[in-house]
Ligand binder design. Sequence first.
Ligand SMILES: Cc1cc2nc3c(=O)[nH]c(=O)nc-3n(C[C@H](O)[C@H](O)[C@H](O)COP(=O)(O)O)c2cc1C
Length: 254
Amino acid sequence: MSNDEIKANRFFLKDTIRKHVDFRYTDQSRGIPPPPPQKRHDPDALTIELPGVSSFSDDFPLGLVRAIADRQSVRAYGAEPLGIEELSFLLWATQGLRESYHSAAALRTVPSAGARHAFETYLYVRGVGGLDEGIYRYLPFEHRLLLEFAERGLAGRVSGACFGQRFVGAAAVTFFWAAIPARMEWRYGLAAHKVIAIDAGHVCQNLYLACEAINAGTCAIAAYDQESLDALLRLDGEDEFVVYLAPVGKKRVR
Ligand SMILES: Cc1cc2nc3c(=O)[nH]c(=O)nc-3n(C[C@H](O)[C@H](O)[C@H](O)COP(=O)(O)O)c2cc1C
C-alpha cells in the first residue's frame, strides 16, 4: 500500500456531495421512483409479531445520562437469553420507525442522510426467548421479524467470518446491517457511500445505548470477511452487502 493509494482513498471521506454529484442527473432528478425503503418479502412468509413500542418507556426506564456514561464495548456475555420484548426494543432503537412518519420519507429513531435509510437489519438469533435459532430480518414498517432461514453451524460460521472473534457467534443475538446502496445513490450518486458509512455509526451507537437499558452489552464489529458474511446471509454482495455488525448479550453477573 503506497502513500498515493492512501491519499486516493481519502477521497471517500471528503465533501463529495457538492463536488461530485451533479444533481441534474441523479435518478431522483430524472424522475425515477426510489427503491423501496424496505426489501420486499413473500406476503405469505411466516413473520413474527414483535411487542409494541408503547410499552418500552415503562419497561426500560434507564436514564440517558447513565446509559451514555456506562456505555462500553462488551465482548463476554452471560448465559441468560434475551426476552423478545428486549429484542423488540433494540430493533426499534436501531431502525424502528418514528411514530409520526410519512410514507415518502419514513422517519426512524436514527437519522439518515436525506432520510434514505439504506440499511436492512439481519439477525443471527441464538438465545432469544420464544425464537428458534436462525437468521431473521427485521421489517421496520410492520415492526415484525421475518424468518429468513435456519441451518446448522451458524455460530461457528459467524465467528469464522469475523476472523475467529469467537464472542460474536456466542452472543444471544447478532445484528448485521446490510446496505442497499441504491437507496442512497438514488439521491446522492457518488456521494452516497460516505453518508451510508456515517449512518451506520448512528445505528450502532443507539444499539450501545439501548443495550445499557436492558442490562446487555454489545461491541461494534468491522473486522469481518466480506464474501463470507454476505454468503452466510445469502446476500448478493453487490446490490446488498454487510457493512457493520454487533453481537448482543446480557451482561455477566459480577
Ligand atoms: C468502526 C468500529 C469497528 C470496530 N471493530 C471491532 C472489531 O472488529 N472487534 C472488536 O473486538 N472491537 C471492535 N470495535 C470496538 C472498539 O475496539 C472499541 O470501541 C474501542 O476499543 C473503544 O472501547 P469502548 O467501545 O469500550 O469505548 C470497533 C469499533 C468501531 C467503532
